[in-house]
Ligand binder design. Structure first.
Ligand code: PMP
Length: 461
């Protein structure tokens, strides 16, 4: 992780001066919670801000600082924070009841919205998170095919349960992560991102693949981009070899297009996993798949075909508050230009940030598509130009490698200048972000790069 900073860092001193309450809460948290945090990706050196409230594109911390927010509820808030229609829907349900432990009208309406928007959604089953959705998807794939192997791509993230918890940032060779059984890892084959030939070899030679699983625009929301040609090839290969194709649209669903990457590119997987936007900022997830696949959960189908079915419980599946928020969010996505607006704002932001990198002579790049932006800090020191950088020309190592010390300071500098990035990797733009937000962000970007240059030897173009 990050090196202990030099005491004379002006950036660090400014951050500490602005966040005394956060420092105190972080100190208390470390005695209560491992590392004082509840999600690995929120780890911030020397400690995280503590969020207090939010509205639209902005959020405020417990020390009273205001930020333009590009963390976006980890991607769940494409409408921005506290959209009035979403809040009204949650409040209306909150007054009626939180958990009715009965079937609920809202789950019917929620599933109807998903079925109408997502091409693969012949049927829908709700879960409480994206992790649960990918776990259920894998079990369904194994039941439906009678096969065991899951083919995944190095660096693609599908949550934290045993079967997907290695091969993302570590254990890229497919060995099990600590706490995971070797038998579990042995049933996974990891291939390099976009290596269609490797997938073909696995499917043709091993014959036991239940499914190929992918983040359809590439790992970490396109940080390692994947093209529609790869998706088309995987569609054809899986069909030919009797394996299922799983698109993990936990982030891309309802963001890159109202119907997700599958609608955008016209490649329909057998199973889709959803979370984040689907539940409008509340906890929730779903598996949307062909009827014959989700029939493995169906009591009547199992009885009629005299086969065992998959058990599936979950206290908070289709929680009424999540359903209410999800329906309101999906209706706004269906009826307005939410996805296009967020993407257009992100494109302007990426261009503006790259112009500043050029102006400052820093050979880094901001890239990405749709409503995402990623920071390439060029750890291998390649001779790149920010404005013409093409991420598709780089390998996993070149794109994911990082100088964590510099980036940790950059993250703090952006916070000091009023911008909360998604860690130091980039961020997500919502439909609530405005031109004024872009102006604040670009100003913060320029100031942060200059502050960083005073303290660190940044490469020069
Ligand atoms: N899949 C992808 C592509 C994700 O980005 C995430 C969360 N970042 C997950 C699955 C897991 O979702 P959750 O955090 O809701 O468990």
């Amino acid at each position: 992780m990050v090196e202990v900073p030099t005491a004379e860092s002006r950036i660090l001193a400014a951050y500490r001066a602005r966040t005394p309450r956060a420092a105190e809460l972080a100190r208390q948290a470390r005695d209560l919670i491992p590392s004082g945090i509840v999600h690995d990706s929120r780890r911030t050196w020397p400690y995280s801000i503590y969020g207090d409230r939010a509205a639209g594109s902005r959020k405020w911390d417990v020390d009273g600082n205001e930020y333009v927010d590009y963390y976006g509820g980890h991607g769940s808030l494409i409408l921005g924070h506290q959209h009035p229609k979403v809040i009204a829907a949650i409040e209306a349900q909150l007054r009626k009841g939180m958990h009715l432990a009965a079937a609920n009208e809202l789950e019917v309406e929620w599933a109807r919205r998903i079925q109408a928007l997502v091409p693969s959604a012949e049927r829908v089953r709700f879960t409480s998170s994206g992790t649960e959705a990918t776990q259920l998807a894998i079990r369904l794939a194994r039941a439906a095919t009678g096969r065991g192997r899951i083919v995944r791509f190095q660096s693609h993230f599908h949550g934290w349960h045993d079967q997907v918890s290695f091969g993302v940032t570590d254990h890229l060779d497919g060995t099990p992560a600590v706490g995971v059984l070797a038998e579990v890892a042995a049933n996974t084959t990891l291939v390099k991102p976009n290596d269609v030939a490797a997938v073909e070899r696995v499917l043709a030679t091993q014959r036991d693949a239940a499914a190929v699983m992918i983040e359809p625009i590439g790992s970490s929301s396109g940080m390692i981009p994947t093209s529609p040609e790869v998706l088309n090839a995987l569609r054809e290969l899986t069909a030919r070899h009797g394996a299922l194709l799983i698109f993990d649209e936990v982030v891309t669903g309802f963001r890159v297009h109202p119907g997700g990457a599958q609608a955008l590119y016209g490649v329909v997987p057998d199973i889709t996993t959803l979370a984040k936007i689907v539940a409008g900022g509340m906890p929730g997830g779903a598996v949307a798949a062909r009827k014959d696949i989700l029939d493995w959960l169906d009591f009547e189908v199992a009885a009629a075909s005299k086969r065992e079915r998959i058990n599936h419980q979950g206290t908070h599946n289709a929680h009424p508050l999540s359903a209410a928020a999800g329906i309101a969010t999906l209706d706004l996505i269906r009826d307005s230009d939410v996805c296009e607006r967020a993407s257009a704002t992100a494109a302007r932001l990426r261009a503006g940030m790259n112009e500043i990198l050029e102006g400052e002579g820093v050979p880094w790049a901001i890239y990405g598509e749709h409503s995402f932006f990623h920071l390439h800090s060029n750890p291998l020191g390649e001779p790149i130009r920010p404005t013409t950088f093409d991420a598709r020309t780089l390998t996993l190592d070149a794109l994911k490698g990082k100088d964590e010390r510099v980036l940790a300071k950059l993250r703090l500098a952006m916070l000091v200048n009023g911008v909360d990035l998604k860690g130091f990797r980039g961020g997500l733009v919502s439909a609530a972000h405005t031109e004024a937000d872009i102006d604040v962000t670009l100003d913060a970007w320029r100031r942060s790069l200059r502050a960083l240059k005073e303290e660190e030897a940044l490469p020069r173009m």
